[in-house]
Structures are given as structure tokens and as C-alpha cells.
Design a protein around this ligand. Structure first.
Ligand SMILES: [Zn+2]
Length: 166
């Protein structure tokens, strides 16, 4: 699939077991083409560790000042946020893992608030329309969650954000 970002074009191939689907209001999104069991790797996390100031909007936060990022578009950039996700980011292993069974035809999602401390500072905050009962409304970063919201995410937090809970 040919995707445009600004003046650059990228040829994207969906990873094994996944496919791209255009969703109205969300854009290109990733869906499961097969069933994934809880605990199974769904998609790898591509990229290198870069300093925060040179990171792109799609980067995943690794620690206070480092992000995992690529200088090109990759399939993982199209994983949408959900406040009730079916995957978690496993940063040490650089992959996204199913946290419950993901049925064939379901969108794969992870909660950006389990890795990102302050999205507002980078201008990547947004209004969430995931529709889940526990939707936080505005996704601005873990920093902006109250105690109860933070505790609820404990089992799926990145090591960096887990250190912020202590
Ligand atoms: Zn939400």
C-alpha cells in the first residue's frame, strides 16, 4: 500500500496476521486477520532510541528523554489508541502483545497513556472517541491522569511510567 506523508511516499506492507483498513474519522488503521491469543505477540515495535527533542509524533516513549522512533512510516504508526485496548506495549521486548484474545476482524489498539508521559507538551494530545466505559476523554499523557486512573493502568504500564507510580 502506498501512503503519503507530506511530500514523502512510503510503501507499507501489513505485518503477518494484520491488515490495513480505512476507518472513517480515524484514517488508516490496523485490524487482525487472524485470532491472537492473550499473551501472543501481535506486531513488533520498529525503530531506534532517539532523544525527545528529535522524535516524531508517532514515536513511543521509552524513558524521560528517550523515544523509540523511525525516520520513515512503519505499520506500527497506524495502531490507534483505545482506553480499553486489546494490546499492551512491551518496551523491553520491543513488541505489542495481546492482553486478551483478539478476534479475527477486530481492530488492534493500545492505550497511549501506558507509555506517554506528556503528549500535550509535544502537541500530540487529542480528544478520544474510543467509546469505552472508562474513556478518559482527552488523551494528554499519563501526567494528567488522577490517582485512580493511573492505578487502573498499572498492569499494562511501561517500566518508565510504572516508576512514576511508585
Ligand atoms: Zn477513550
Amino acid at each position: 500500500m502506498l501512503v503519503r506523508q507530506g511530500r514523502r511516499r512510503f510503501c507499507l506492507r501489513p505485518p503477518r496476521g494484520l491488515q490495513f483498513v480505512y476507518v472513517h474519522g480515524k484514517g488508516l488503521s490496523l485490524f487482525a486477520r487472524k485470532t491472537f491469543a492473550a499473551g501472543e505477540k501481535v506486531i513488533g515495535m520498529e525503530g531506534e532510541v532517539v532523544r525527545a527533542r528529535s522524535s516524531s509524533p508517532e514515536a513511543v516513549q521509552f524513558d524521560e528523554d528517550h523515544f523509540i522512533d523511525t525516520d520513515r512510516l512503519v505499520a506500527g504508526d497506524f495502531i490507534n489508541h483505545s482506553c480499553d485496548p486489546n494490546m499492551k506495549a512491551d518496551l523491553p521486548r520491543r513488541q505489542f502483545v495481546a492482553i486478551r484474545r483478539i478476534g479475527k476482524g477486530s481492530e488492534i489498539t493500545y492505550n497511549y497513556l501506558t507509555t506517554e508521559w506528556d503528549m500535550k507538551a509535544f502537541g500530540t494530545d487529542f480528544r478520544c472517541r474510543c467509546g469505552s466505559d472508562d474513556c478518559v476523554g482527552f488523551v494528554r499523557g499519563f501526567k494528567y491522569l488522577d490517582r485512580r486512573q493511573r492505578e487502573r493502568l498499572r498492569p499494562i504500564l511501561s517500566p518508565f511510567l510504572l516508576s512514576k507510580l511508585a
